[in-house]
Design a protein around this ligand. Structure first.
Ligand SMILES: Cc1cc2nc3c(=O)[nH]c(=O)nc-3n(C[C@H](O)[C@H](O)[C@H](O)COP(=O)(O)O)c2cc1C
Length: 187
């Protein structure tokens, strides 16, 4: 089987529109029924939902307090449009840091799950994010774990990476299968 991978010259937000275009084409080719996207503000999620209809979309935002206090990062205007378009919003503990982050912040060192996250970043920040948000959405009961989905992530803001994968719940982490890389930054 031959398939194309789109490599971006640089990571970052400027790759958002192209990533969404590639996701649209691959989702039609594979008959994908569920897409999860990491979008802290909801901006990239809205861009996706404006381009793709007839597919269940989950917009995963940061957990409350990620940026301090009890701050919720999803912006009300984007949330409203996402909800209007039937996109589900997922906000929960980050699967690839979790309480481990609290332990390493307090005592130093690193927890096993943070090593897993850093290892996935060998590919790109977005590959780590795609794996993480798929687990978060599955654990929230928003996507099934018995069929392939597309996951979309990025580097800080916007999106630049997309994978076809079969999600799992966090307790079965090592059963997760990455089937295809649709796009990722090359550097
Ligand atoms: C749960 C979660 C974890 C994330 N982890 C990372 C990360 O480890 N590294 C990174 O560069 N970006 C990370 N991001 C950012 C996303 O990959 C993406 O670039 C961003 O959420 C897009 O948001 P926007 O639509 O508001 O621009 C994370 C986002 C979420 C929601």
């Amino acid at each position: 089987m031959e398939k194309t991978v789109h490599y971006f010259e640089n990571p970052g937000i400027e790759n958002t529109d192209k990533t969404i275009e590639l996701v649209k084409a691959r989702s039609q080719e594979l008959g994908i029924k569920n897409i999860v996207i990491a979008s802290a503000s909801g901006k990239s999620g809205v861009k996706l939902a404006r381009k793709i209809s007839n597919t269940h979309i989950v917009n995963v935002t940061h957990h409350a307090g990620f940026k301090g206090g009890d701050k919720i990062e999803i912006e009300p205007e984007y949330r409203e449009e996402l909800e209007e378009k039937g996109v589900e919003i997922c906000m929960g503990s980050h699967a690839l840091s979790g309480v481990g982050r609290g332990i390493s912040n307090k005592f130093g060192g690193v927890t096993p799950v943070e090593v897993v996250a850093q290892t996935l970043r060998l590919f790109s920040q977005g590959v780590k994010v795609c794996v993480e948000i798929s687990i978060m959405a599955a654990d929230a009961g928003l996507i099934p774990t018995d069929s392939e989905i597309i996951a979309i992530g990025g580097t800080g803001t916007g999106v630049d990476t997309a994978l076809v994968l079969k999600p799992v719940h966090m307790s079965n982490f090592f059963d997760l299968k990455v089937h295809e890389i649709i796009a990722m930054p090359r550097p």
